[in-house]
Design a protein around this ligand. Structure first.
Ligand code: PEP
Ligand code: MG
Length: 313
């Protein structure tokens, strides 16, 4: 029955109690964005710009970058596009923006930290994003990965806003989640990257299949931090999205909405199953699941608590 409901699901996503839920897509290029638009995505919640350039041997010019980015904007002419600045390094090495030899690349020079090698790389990319977003009628949001300190948050927000764009950061480093009050005060929005947040909270390499039980967003420590970030967003009335794999898990998606998360961004293929599951639960059930899950002892316990609170067998 669940498969049939997923097959016939049509957006926009709505809870059984009527509230609309913003479902966005994770994309990496124009054709992918086009497919997302056809699959009821209401916009792009994570445009992974580094994946546009995996094959380039040198930094693309501003015009070359803008050309790639504008294809994604064109797929969602009136809707929100959240463009993430380069997250080069670690699991996404890019020859022109990654250090060759690092003992621990996941803890190394990646994301915003590449500005330590070449500061202008970041500003050149912001110029290209600003150029591509001209003429785009929807919301132009830009977020930065691997922000770990308040001074980084202040600095990137200034540079993004100077270009007329809305400024955000990803919450992936536990430091940002722990001090979320102060970080949220500096930016217009945050998006929780649960893939990296789980990796860093649980001290387990997300690329190591032997450690998959640790890098699980259902781990109570990860859920506790997500809940805290979402609650702070509600209190400060700033958007808190989730764009990691957690958002693509239909049951966890309900819990995230109950915590106060304002948008869910996922692979296009996950949109119907998440949308369909959201349509079967009420806001009250989501909020109950979000509360009760904080008592879980382990990830299995958390899953069981959520299913029970949501009335899912
Ligand atoms: C994440 O870390 O959850 C995320 C969405 O970013 P990426 O998977 O690209 O590191
Ligand atoms: Mg990440």
């Amino acid at each position: 029955r669940s498969r049939a409901e997923t097959r016939h699901w049509q957006g926009p996503a709505r809870l059984a109690s009527g509230e609309e839920v913003e479902l966005l897509a994770n994309v990496q290029d124009g054709p992918g964005a086009q497919k997302a638009a056809e699959a009821y995505a209401q916009g792009v919640g994570l445009f992974r710009t580094e994946l546009c350039f995996l094959d380039s041997t040198k930094e693309p010019t501003c015009a070359e970058q803008a050309e790639k980015y504008s294809r994604v904007f064109a797929a969602f002419p009136d809707q929100k596009v959240v463009t993430r600045t380069l997250d080069a390094g670690s699991d996404k090495p890019i020859s022109w923006a990654t250090l060759e030899e690092e003992a621990n690349p996941a803890l190394g020079v990646r994301g915003l930290r590449t500005t330590g090698i070449d500061e202008d790389l970041f500003t050149r990319q912001l110029d290209a994003i600003a150029q591509a977003s001209r003429g785009h009628q929807g919301k132009n949001w830009v977020m930065v990965p691997m922000v770990s300190t308040l001074s980084e948050a202040k600095w990137v927000a200034k540079l993004i806003r100077e270009r007329g764009l809305t400024a955000g950061i990803m919450v992936e480093v536990p430091a940002a989640a722990i001090m979320i009050d102060q970080f949220l005060a500096e930016v217009d929005f945050v998006s929780i990257g649960t893939n990296d947040l789980s990796q860093y909270v649980m001290a387990a390499d997300r690329m190591n299949a032997n450690l998959a039980t640790y890098t699980d967003p259902w781990q109570p420590a990860v859920l506790t931090l997500i809940s805290r970030v979402a609650a702070t967003g509600v209190r400060l009335q700033k958007p808190v999205g989730v764009c990691g794999e957690a958002a693509a898990d239909p049951i966890l998606a309900c819990v995230l909405i109950g915590m106060g998360v304002t948008s869910l961004s996922m692979a296009t293929s996950a949109i119907p199953s998440v949308g369909s599951q959201l349509g079967q639960v009420t806001k009250e059930q989501c909020e109950r699941a979000a509360q009760e899950i904080l008592t879980a002892q382990d990830s299995g316990d958390a899953r069981n608590i959520a299913r029970r609170a949501l009335g899912i067998n």
